[in-house]
Write a new protein. Structure first.
Length: 271
């Protein structure tokens, strides 16, 4: 499959283990370190458009995780280790030898695993509303029950009814932020969504976060029902060279606080 241009990002396809993986590259200034973004569960490339556009000058690489967006779904669930193998293969295929890795929510553990497996490749690490895996300080059980339902990608009225409960922050009061997010959603396949959920089962980074040497920025919402902020404190204590920034918002702060978050990211990358 050939490349496509969506004005804000160049779309391409990469073959990995008999699957077609859709990726996107937004070109930045020459000589800068590129940013690889690992997205949240069930989220396609399009969801990141506001953030990527705000990161002017930064070269950004992202992709639809297998089972999401337009990427193929694997025959069996993958562990984070396999996901990290795909990520490094894609990064090397695109010709990069040094990157900053950024993980959002479900993508946070993937960014941690990617960094652990490729310490020479990853220059810096950014974790946004990210848990340390299955062993975490959990939110209320009802949050995960609502989140687990695929209807949140296909039924707008259902999404509106649960947004304040699972996302918190601005999503409690600002319907326009939620509507803009819904417009960019591409529902994952049922099997792909299940496989992503299973990826985190039994995975934790708590035993080895102290081994990460990369400067790490941890961004956490003050009102996050899905990943309570105590998790960010724990990770900041375990990662030696880390800084913790709290934002007055919830789990969707990457999309609802775009100017603030993009400024944080750019400042951290050039520091």
């Amino acid at each position: 499959m050939g490349k496509q241009n969506r004005n804000w990002i160049d779309i391409g396809w990469y073959a990995f283990r008999d699957m077609q993986i859709r990726y996107g590259v937004r070109r930045g200034k020459a000589g800068g370190t590129p940013l690889v973004i690992f997205n949240g569960v069930g989220q396609s490339i399009e969801v990141l458009q506001p953030l990527i556009e705000a990161l002017d000058g930064v070269e950004v690489i992202t992709y639809d995780v297998p089972g999401t967006g337009l990427s193929d779904t694997p025959a069996l669930p993958w562990r984070y280790r396999r996901h990290a193998e795909l990520a490094v293969a894609l990064v090397k295929h695109l010709g990069y030898d040094s990157v900053t890795a950024m993980g959002i929510s479900w993508g946070g553990p993937l960014a941690q695993q990617f960094t652990r497996q490729n310490p020479a490749l990853v220059q810096k690490l950014i974790l946004a509303v990210s848990p340390p895996g299955n062993l975490m300080v959990p939110g209320k059980p009802g949050v995960y029950w609502r989140m687990a339902h695929l209807k949140r990608f296909t039924d707008r009225s259902y999404m509106r009814s649960i947004a304040s409960h699972i996302y918190g922050g601005t999503m409690r009061t600002d319907d326009s932020s939620l509507d803009a997010h819904i417009e960019r959603l591409q529902p994952p396949s049922r099997r792909g969504y299940l496989y992503q959920a299973l990826t985190m089962w039994g995975w934790t980074s708590l035993a080895w976060l102290w081994q990460l040497k990369q400067p790490t920025l941890i961004i956490q919402g003050e009102d996050d029902p899905m990943v309570p902020k105590l998790n960010a404190h724990i990770m900041a204590c375990l990662i030696p060279d880390s800084q913790l920034e709290f934002v007055d918002c919830g789990h969707m702060l990457i999309l609802t606080r775009v100017p603030q978050i993009s400024k944080m990211i750019k400042s951290f990358m050039v520091a």
